[in-house]
Ligand binder design. Sequence first.
Ligand SMILES: [Zn+2]
Length: 272
Amino acid sequence: MNMTISGACVIDVRTSLPRHKTLKYGRRKLTDIRSAALHHSATKSGSPEAFAGYHVVTNGWPGIAYHFVIQKDGVIYWCNDPETISYHVGNSNRHALGICLVGDFRTQQPTAAQLDAANRLIQHLQVQIPTMKQVFGHQEYPGYAWKNCPAFPMGTFRTNYSQFLQKAVGKVDKPKQIPVAIKLNDELLAVTGFLQEGVSMLPVRAVANAAGGKVDWITATQDVRVNDIDLNETLIAGSAYAPARELATALRLKIEWDQATKTVKLKGCVTV
Ligand SMILES: [Zn+2]
């Protein structure tokens, strides 16, 4: 599994952690995983090595209970393959993936770095393991209502996680387009263009029509020509947009840019 997570540091300790000499955890398919289970370590500090040692030596388990451990500084330690059926939520182990945040949250708070890393980790895992639809606290699994783990409110955690996901989606989907007003001889046109990477892009047909230019659509090459001049246009939802300066040149108009009002001002003789 690819565990390169944008904005997070993941250290793979799967082969270096203490393991039981003879006992081995069972294996599952990734599609068996239905939820991420959040835990706290219930210790003020700690490390994957320390937890693994305790689980193996004291508890006599095959290896560390968790698939991932998140330190207070936000570093994520990858401790078990997700396919490992480790011991952390009893009867739900087969379908749960264990994530432990270091700290005793009965008296401490998770750090912002830990919570951010947890969000990034869960999002990354949900992409790789689409069946892992739920995020629960240890206490929310059947039979564990008595257990104060992870000892932070899961409702709040899930709300913050949804907001994190929305922001992440917004970053991907939202084009960096700032609307641009267009004036032709001081008259505001009803159409707008947009700024993209510092270049104003204007709707070719609407502006050319207003300025009395000739627009040709060359079907064979999917090209737009204005007054027989080829433009470096971009098609958006069936409309061609061209860089403002190119369009102005083709229409024999002068062009000014008003940064304060984000307006392209076109001036010249309009042929009707
Ligand atoms: Zn727990």
